[in-house]
Design a protein around this ligand. Structure first.
Ligand code: NAD
Ligand code: DAU
Length: 339
């Protein structure tokens, strides 16, 4: 089995690369990544030692390059993680989100059609469903929930999902889509809430919480997301969408306080800042379909996952300190100053 993992130098893609190399020692895994600000080759240094792994630097929107790679490798399965993934950045600069997330998906699917890929899997997000109100906790996103996006990021992911389903219907491309809730764990870029709070708290810096910190996210340990994708690409039904989530809802304030407790840092570091424009209130996944059809269940509780994640950031300071010392400083200043 020869599998292309795009965006494998990013957070979830790299965790997926490691999961697949460990679980299927007989598979070949090719990681394609443009190494944008979010991609980090050092994340893949252990994978580089594996003879079944190949890293290729390249852009999923580059048609000619993608065609050449597919021609050379004859992939069986394509798993597309490559994307611009940060909502706040999409509010500042939507252009690259539309280009990578929509056009990149089209380029990958055209190559998948041309070279007879047996499964094209699109890694999508629960954000395509918009948000749920805080005062109706009985509501959850199912695969039938209408697409109703809030940010340029989620709109670009929804556009890609629709294109994937269209390629299935019109060209019979054997596709699947997963829509997962918020992930956390090792190699999470420190612009996202959990790693941002851990890294800043460790440096005794102020912790920016948007609005009143009441927004709810449904957190899943990243390895459980990887296991879900593994199940879907092997046994998922072609043309289907699978929601992935572990019924683990927390307000942002609860998450921040849990991390502070774990680190032994004071809550006085918390600073309430101007809210995100168009901020989604609540995400909550109903995972009944993937649970019934594929037997998938989360294996890591939030308490265990947060402990593991905090330990990983303590043990791997070089990884995130390197990121924080670069271009990231300008980003943080621009995004949070005067907020
Ligand atoms: P990330 O930002 O950490 O990683 C994205 C990777 O894609 C980076 O390595 C980057 O270099 C690469 N990339 C970006 N543009 C590219 C291009 N044009 N060509 C090739 N590579 C490119 O993102 P993540 O959090 O790991 O998310 C991965 C995927 O999972 C995304 O599609 C995202 O929408 C989806 N998702 C994320 C979450 C989450 O909680 N993080 C939840 C559900 C779904
Ligand atoms: O639900 C899946 C999505 O989860 C993925 O599709 C996205 O790629 C991923 O980035 C994530 O989106 P969110 O916007 O939910 O994640 P983020 O970590 O940016 O923010 C989580 C919550 O924390 C959100 O309500 C905004 C809030 N927040 C975030 C940051 C960065 C803060 O309060 N302060 C912050 O500094």
């Amino acid at each position: 089995m020869n599998i292309l993992v795009t965006g494998g130098a990013g957070f979830i893609g790299s965790n997926f690369v490691y999961h697949m190399l460990e679980t299927y020692p007989e598979y070949r895994i090719v990681c394609l990544d443009a190494l944008t600000y979010a991609g980090n080759l050092s994340t893949l240094k252990d994978a580089m030692e594996n003879k079944n792994f190949r890293f290729v630097k390249g852009d999923i929107t580059d048609k000619e390059f993608i065609d050449g790679l597919f021609n050379e490798e004859k992939f069986d399965i394509v798993v597309n993680f490559a994307a611009e993934s940060h909502v706040d950045r999409s509010i500042e600069n939507p252009d690259v989100f539309l280009k990578t997330n929509i056009l990149g998906t089209q380029v990958l699917m055209d190559a998948s059609r041309k070279y007879g890929v047996k499964r094209y899997h699109q890694v999508s997000t629960d954000e395509v469903y918009g948000d749920l109100p805080l005062d109706q906790p009985e509501l959850f996103f199912t695969e039938e929930t209408p697409i109703h996006t809030s940010s340029p990021y989620s709109a670009s992911k929804a556009g890609a999902d629709l294109l994937v389903l269209a390629y299935h219907r019109t060209f019979k491309l054997p596709v699947t889509i997963s829509r997962c809730s918020n992930n956390y764990g090792p190699y999470h870029f420190p612009e996202k809430l959990i790693p941002l709070i851990i890294s800043r708290a460790l440096n005794d810096e102020k912790l920016p919480v948007y609005g009143m910190g009441e927004n709810v996210r449904d957190w899943l340990y990243v390895v459980d997301h990887c296991i879900a994708i593994d199940r879907i690409i092997h046994d998922g039904r072609v043309g289907e969408v699978y929601n992935v989530g572990g019924h683990n809802e927390r307000t942002n304030l609860e998450v921040v306080k849990t991390i502070l407790k774990e680190l032994g840092k004071p809550e006085s570091l918390i600073t309430f800042v101007t809210d995100r424009a168009g901020h989604d209130m609540r995400y909550a996944i109903d995972p009944t379909k993937i649970s019934n059809e594929l037997g998938w269940e989360p294996t890591t509780t939030f308490d265990e996952g947060i402990k593991k994640t905090v330990k990983w950031y303590l043990d791997n300071k070089d990884w995130w300190e390197n990121i924080l010392s670069g271009e990231y400083q300008n980003y943080f200043k621009q995004m949070y100053e005067g907020r």
